[in-house]
Design a protein around this ligand. Structure first.
Ligand code: SAH
Length: 355
């Protein structure tokens, strides 16, 4: 019999599981709190459950727990990058960023990614599988335990396309904000998408207070399609219509992420076109100086160019911030720590085959 992934179950599902195991439903709440509040890694640690129940859980259920393989700490700003091993040997990375307003964790939603954005390291090796809700939650849990400080903000901006793992993402969002878990306010959770339009409409109906971030990265369809293959499936116009709908439904301001790529999308004309494109929408633009990756020849825009871009948007009354680069001295862009780990492992295996 396949073991039950109980850490991905919400409280009402867990009650049913307890009944199936011949236990009283109220035990579910204790178990849920052990997993999602006290962040226990072993059934054996759950000391107010009977030994018999712990043994039963051990036999029928799996308790997802990620193992940190590597933690890199930035000497510049204390940012920490974590490389976690999953039970099947795959690895994912997550980041802890410390701000004045609290600790923010950036999590991955998939092993690899199939979206193919040109400037992104996470997509180079393709997509392997979706993460379960428990695997997404446990990135936050392990980091909170390791750092010994409460995580107050979570951004789903690591490897993977969260809206391509929709069911598990929703489960994750509800459980992360559940009062029997870490109880992180939905207003402090951001989900970033490359623009899977039908799922944006679905998400609008979910009655959530999360922030939706859209990776826009260009001011027209043609340029966007050059950087992001997903634009061939859903046009920039369709993405913006979906954003408008999302705002009308949820009242939540949309964030647009715009990675500035030197000479590609950072001119004054680009800024003007972007301003005209999003004008009237309740939104905020986050400018990200592109993080160059060695597999591509994209370069960062100069500081002056970035500031001029910002000023131009402000002239059109657009809310805009430049994303502070965190952890510059550790494996920079999304997916690079995982990628360097896999490349290293692969080259070791190749050497073994050669010899
Ligand atoms: N798939 C989701 C979330 C993961 S990427 C999405 O596309 O939004 C998180 C953000 O980082 C996205 O805006 C992505 O386009 C951006 N990004 C990825 N690689 C980058 C790089 N090398 N430099 C700057 N931004 C990058």
């Amino acid at each position: 019999m396949e073991q039950i992934d109980i850490k991905s179950q919400n409280l009402s599902e867990l009650k049913k599981t307890m009944e199936q195991l011949g236990e009283k439903a109220f035990r579910a709440k204790q178990l849920y709190q052990w997993m999602h509040q006290k962040l226990a890694d072993e059934f054996q640690d759950m000391t107010n459950l009977s030994v018999a129940l712990r043994e039963k859980l051990e036999k029928h259920c799996v308790l997802t727990s990620l193992k940190a393989l590597e933690v890199q700490t930035s000497k510049l700003d204390g940012t920490q990058k974590y490389l976690f091993a999953l039970a099947d040997g795959n690895v994912v990375e997550s980041v802890l960023m410390k701000y004045k307003h609290g600790n923010s964790v950036c999590i991955s939603s998939q092993v690899g990614c199939k979206m193919g954005c040109r400037f992104c390291a996470s997509t180079i090796g393709g997509w392997t599988r979706n993460l379960t809700a428990a695997e997404m939650l446990d990135q936050v849990y392990q980091i909170q335990k390791h750092s010994g400080e409460r995580v107050s903000n979570v951004v789903v901006m690591g490897t993977g396309e969260p809206l391509d793992n929709y069911e598990n993402l929703l489960r994750f969002l509800h459980m992360l904000s559940d009062e029997n878990g870490l109880h992180i306010s939905q207003r402090n959770i951001t989900v970033s998408t490359c623009g899977i339009v039908p799922r944006i409409y679905d998400l609008a109906e979910e009655n959530l207070q999360i922030t939706l971030a859209i990776s826009l990265h260009a001011s027209n369809q043609e340029k966007r399609a050059e950087l992001m293959p997903i634009a061939n499936a859903y046009s920039i116009t369709q993405v913006l219509e979906a954003c408008k709908y999302y705002f009308e439904k949820t009242g939540r301001r949309i964030t647009f992420e715009y990675s500035l790529v030197g000479g590609k999308n950072d001119s004054q004309e680009d800024a003007k076109e972007l301003a005209e494109l999003i004008q009237g929408l309740c939104c905020h633009v986050n400018l990200i100086p592109v993080n160059p990756i060695k597999e591509r020849d994209f370069v960062q825009s100069g500081k002056k160019v970035i500031e001029k871009f910002q000023n131009k948007l402000e002239k059109y009354q657009i809310n805009v911030t430049i994303r502070r680069e965190m952890g510059r001295d550790i494996d920079g862009a999304c997916g690079q720590l995982r990628k360097s780990y896999i490349d290293h492992k692969q080259s070791k295996e190749d050497k073994r085959e050669d010899s």
